[in-house]
Design a protein around this ligand. Sequence first.
Ligand SMILES: Cc1ncc(COP(=O)(O)O)c(C=O)c1O
Length: 389
Amino acid sequence: MKNYKWQLMSNNILPKDKKVLTQFIKKSHKFTNGPKVIEFEKKWSKWLGVKYSTFVNSGASANLISINILKNLNSKKKEIILPAFTWSSDVVSVINAGFKPIFVDIRFENLALNEDLVKKKINKNTLAIFITHAMGFPGLTPSFIKFLKKKKIYLIEDACESHGAKVGNKKVGSLGDISNFSFYYGHHMTTIEGGMISTNSKEFDRLAKMKRGHGLLRDSQDTSFIKKNIKKSKDLNNDFIFYTEGFNLRSTELSAVIGIEQLKRLSKNIKIRNLNHKFFLNNLRGDIFFKNFNLKGSSNYGLHIILKKKNSVLFKKILKLLDKMQIEYRLGSLGNQIRQPYLKKFKKITYLKYLKNTEHMHFYSAYIGNHQALEKEKIIKLCNNLNKI
Ligand SMILES: Cc1ncc(COP(=O)(O)O)c(C=O)c1O
């Protein structure tokens, strides 16, 4: 493993987290999904501004369950529009549930789906838009949310790397029908591994909780719903009614304990991240690097180095500089998923041609870590070196 001076993430688990975890382990005897998970879900819902949340073992699991819930609608509509500039689990969950992914390009200003292009792709088979709020930018506008409601198209939000980003005064993840978050170590807050599914729909919440726990009726946590369905299943053991297609994607009390502690400082950390981001952009040359992000409501995840113009020689020099300065980076940011081997059959010339901005991000961008403990001197030194390149 390389020895970095500036990692994608560091110090995301503090001594305070370790202390509450140790105290919990000392006094408790049951560590599987239980009261601490419920407490974390309630506190998360309150922070986010939604009615219900379901804690799972990863953001990918949150993606998987959310799209699987759409299967329960038994709709004839089979198309889901999503960006190719996203994480693999978004695409995999769509394909896995038997839906057809329709890939649309992004806008540079917020690295999210281009709403005008999405509108052109909407047809009678469009079931849902699966937006990725990428890199801490809010990826939706109020008019587009209204437009989708009017068209009765479901809105699923992947906010796995955008905790706390806002549209107006509402947080992303509270704007659509179902939303997903990741609490992987590198994100705005962590439960080591973990994820959350949030919604305002009682029906979707029941399904999320059942699908998390093998599809079991008793995991719906809805007493009247359980009673009603037990009556309908006289040939089955009440405790083992597998009501819906399910998985086991539960987390543990230990992760929930860390989550509850981390949530206390999330909003404060977001403010620090945003200050770092602004400082980075202010010190970077605008003639070489893309800086015209729409920062309104953003909750920065990583600092982006995006070339304004295609230039492979210059980009290689930048990567060499990052290596020399021992700065960890992710090439292409999320990249163009269609170029990945698992999506070979989608890699048609037409798709690549229509994904111009995604392609640009794939070849001429990288992001580096932004976190609450990042020193200003490091940012200045890097910007000075980048500007001289
Ligand atoms: C946009 C997005 N969706 C989903 C995921 C998956 O989250 P996890 O790593 O917790 O499974 C990630 C991971 O970083 C992500 O960035």
